[in-house]
Design a protein around this ligand. Sequence first.
Ligand SMILES: Nc1ncnc2c1ncn2[C@@H]1O[C@H](COP(=O)(O)OP(=O)(O)OP(=O)(O)O)[C@@H](O)[C@H]1O
Ligand SMILES: [Mg+2]
Length: 287
Amino acid sequence: MSDLTTAPPSIPVGTGLSMFDPLFLGIDEYGHPVYLPLIYRNILIGGEPGAGKSSLLNTIVGHAALCADVDLVLIDGKQVELGLWKDCADVFVGPDLDHAIDTLERLQEVMDNRYAYLLSQRRQKIHQGDDFDPILLAIDELAFFSATVGTKTEQEYFSALNRDIASRGRAVGIIDASATQRPSSDIIPTSLRFLFAWRFAGRCVDESSSDVVLGRGWAARGFSAASIDPDNRGEGLLLAHGGIPARVKGAYMSNDDIIRVADYAAWTRRTRRTTTTTTAAELGAVA
Ligand SMILES: Nc1ncnc2c1ncn2[C@@H]1O[C@H](COP(=O)(O)OP(=O)(O)OP(=O)(O)O)[C@@H](O)[C@H]1O
Ligand SMILES: [Mg+2]
């Protein structure tokens, strides 16, 4: 029988967040909070080195890690940007193009299976609380995989897989968040950009790079990420399909913040992960 005279031991609980909730991205130029609904959508993040792309991706992955209903597939050419979330992820891919391709092939198969299931149920898309949960595919340093390592054929295959997942994954809950340092038309062709309902342009070196992220013509209309102060890292222009770009300063998590949130999230997710790399005891979460 429990002793009701003493306080119960502290038990880590989940946050109650869902990937169907909009995530807190940062503040706009009036200081108002900016919330981003990501379900059924993808986000493309571009900008010069140091613009704040990985930090923004960390904010997105951080929200997802705290959600009880999403699996994480993390691909990071630099390893250390998304690597701190490794224990929260179902798959973590470092600078390994073969592993990245294998992972996207698996995700493509999951996507096809989910569509087959939906069809068998005479349904068109997943809902909150459905039989299967959303999956966040976060890719940092997209150009590393699509234009730097491997052969041209492998790079093109990686890009084709990513494009297919971005274009067909949304209705079955696969969200593609891709970031790249090289916003040029070979890395982000128009056909790829169109698949991203959300586009975030951190500071860019010139107006044409800004247009590669946001879409042609925005710089001429006065919306250029080249005008962002280089010292104002984390600020960018956020564009939604059909909207106009808005200045947003992304929320920022320090290295210590990420470790703290990631360890907590790994604990709350320990029963849903299909792979294990860290035990609860290692996380220091149990007495
Ligand atoms: N929202 C933010 N608020 C405050 N500082 C930020 C913010 N985002 C980024 N920074 C600062 O800018 C630095 C670089 O950010 P980050 O690593 O995200 O850039 P990046 O665009 O990913 O660069 P790279 O292309 O080299 O990978 C961070 O270490 C941090 O000091
Ligand atoms: Mg980065």
